[in-house]
Design a protein around this ligand. Structure first.
Ligand code: NJP
Length: 228
């Protein structure tokens, strides 16, 4: 296959692992994030015939339009878009977290995803392709004081509403909902969490289905350790 997968948040963590796994599975990968140096290193690792780097801030819609155009110029098409970029919150809850941290969360996690959809859907529809979105287990349950979880509830709703919008177009929509994953999302290592590869396999699984098979949601959790 020479199908093309665009990944936002591709510089580290889940996005970078997905780039490696999808390239391994035969996809050409367009890697988007703000850290151009990390993207370039990943392109060198995967190989410049199968991967290309695009600097993009997902909060800036114009930037995402430029991204989509640049990917089409480079690879000729966008078959699948993985809206994966996201940021975490700060502690303190609604009683104490800095309000600026909420703006960032809304801009990246909610508007960033919507921008990616708006900029790429035209191309993905033309390919009768696939949209994947990184939500979270936090988008399905309550977490005390968490604006991050609230943003992921919004992402869950975006995934469901997008699915309805795209009904009958042949475009598949997959919501990826991880539990805790050991990535630079956290300041410290998380030895009991999932690995980025664990999520990358799920993404490639959804992408690899026959055309008639629509994997709508994947919840992937670490096995809980026994108490005591
Ligand atoms: O985190 P990390 P993950 N414009 O920090 C990019 C969700 N999730 O892989 O721009 C464009 O390694 C950033 O790149 P850069 C989580 O909510 C995680 O864990 O260069 N890109 C980097 O590539 C998120 O939606 C866990 O800084 C921007 C990437 O986003 C997704 O998984 C659990 C950007 C973040 O990579 C990937 O997170 C869960 C911007 N403005 C859901 N801001 C978990 N780790 O436990 C950031 O349920 N990025």
């Amino acid at each position: 296959t020479d199908r093309v997968l665009l990944i936002t948040g591709a510089s580290t963590g889940i996005g970078a692992a997905t780039a490696r796994a999808a390239a391994q599975a035969g996809w050409r990968v367009a890697l988007a994030a703000r850290s151009a140096d990390k993207l370039e290193a990943l392109v060198r690792e995967i190989g410049p015939e199968r991967a290309a780097a695009f600097r993009c801030d997902v909060t800036d819609y114009e930037d995402q339009e430029r991204l989509a155009a640049a990917v089409v110029e480079r690879f000729g098409r966008i078959d699948a878009a993985f809206a994966n970029a996201g940021v975490g919150g700060e502690p303190g809850g609604f009683s104490g977290a800095p309000p600026e941290s909420w703006r960032r969360i809304v801009e990246v996690n909610i508007l960033g995803v919507a921008h990616t959809l708006r900029a790429t859907l035209h191309h993905v529809k033309a390919a009768r392709g696939h949209v994947l979105i990184t939500g979270s287990i936090a988008g399905r349950k309550t977490l005390p004081g968490s604006m991050y979880a609230a943003s992921k509830w919004a992402v869950t709703a975006i995934g469901y509403n997008l699915r309805e919008e795209l009904a009958g177009t042949g475009v598949r929509v997959t919501l990826i909902e991880p539990g805790m994953v050991d990535t630079p999302f956290f300041d410290e290592a998380k030895p009991d969490a999932l690995r980025p590869d664990d999520i990358a396999r799920a993404v490639v699984y959804a992408l690899s289905q026959p055309p008639g098979v629509d994997v709508s949601e994947l919840v992937i959790l670490p096995v809980e350790k026994a108490a005591g």
